[in-house]
Design a protein around this ligand. Structure first.
Ligand SMILES: *Cc1c(COP(=O)(O)O)cnc(C)c1O
Length: 229
């Protein structure tokens, strides 16, 4: 039996302790409950326990879940997004975490403009350079950020990374630190259209370390909802 309330209490304690260790305020870190593959009933339980940010990685699944759940949920698109699916999610998600090409950003801007909306996005960076992962390389981030700044209906809010799977979260510390540094470097360039700096990093295995390195969004699935099939 998965006890979502108890899991959330544990995660909350870990978040607080990582904040204490690094001299950060709890309010600087938002917990996104990653609900992919999990049923609406479980999402409702987390909602009833106070969670309002949920992450999904597939458009179809997201679109099925949205109408079945309260409208004050902030949905986060955290998975790889195909251009032909963009039109379905604009106006429905609070943040797209996984923008990794100009073509995708252009499509998002085009669809947002049609709906007189502004889409909030993060650039996904493959900091560790893993072949199997999506995201732009660290070298390509600045150029992509500058290009995105020229688009009319998009706001670049920060950066996201999916760190390698590891048993030892300390192994990912340098990647989180690097993403934070990329964010500072690009912040110093004063690019237009780029307001606050959100850093989406850290998952069940490594969110404490990510918080110590500056995460503002952590994406926790297994630690809240249990193992996925
Ligand atoms: C599934 C997923 C997560 C959550 O992973 P857990 O290890 O279950 O916490 C976080 N981020 C992304 C992009 C994911 O696809």
């Amino acid at each position: 039996m998965i006890d979502i309330r108890e899991n959330l209490q544990y995660v909350e304690q870990q978040i607080q302790s990582a904040c204490d260790k690094s001299g950060r305020k709890r309010s600087e870190v938002s917990l996104i409950a990653v609900s992919k593959t999990k049923p609406v009933a479980m999402i409702k339980e987390a909602y009833d326990a106070g969670i309002r940010d949920f992450g999904e990685n597939r458009v179809q699944e997201l679109l099925e879940k949205i109408p079945q759940l309260p409208s004050d949920i902030r949905w986060h698109m955290i998975g790889h997004l195909q251009r032909n699916k963009v039109k379905y999610i604009i106006g429905k998600v609070a943040m797209i975490h996984s923008v990794d090409s100009l073509a995708l950003a252009e499509e998002i801007s085009r669809e947002a403009q049609k709906r007189k909306d502004i889409a909030n996005i993060l650039i996904e960076v493959n900091v560790a350079g893993e072949i199997s992962k999506f995201g732009v390389t660290s070298d390509a981030v600045l150029k992509l950020a500058e290009d995105i700044a020229t688009l009319p209906a998009i706001q670049l809010k920060g950066f996201m990374t999916v760190a390698p799977y590891t048993e030892n979260p300390e192994e990912n510390r340098s990647y989180f630190r690097k993403l934070a540094q990329i964010s500072v470097d690009i912040g110093n360039k004063n690019i237009d259209n780029r307001s606050t700096c959100f850093l989406s990093m850290g998952m069940t295995g490594d969110y404490s370390v990510a918080i110590q390195e500056g995460a503002t969004y952590i994406r926790v699935g297994t630690g809240i909802f249990g193992e996925r099939p």
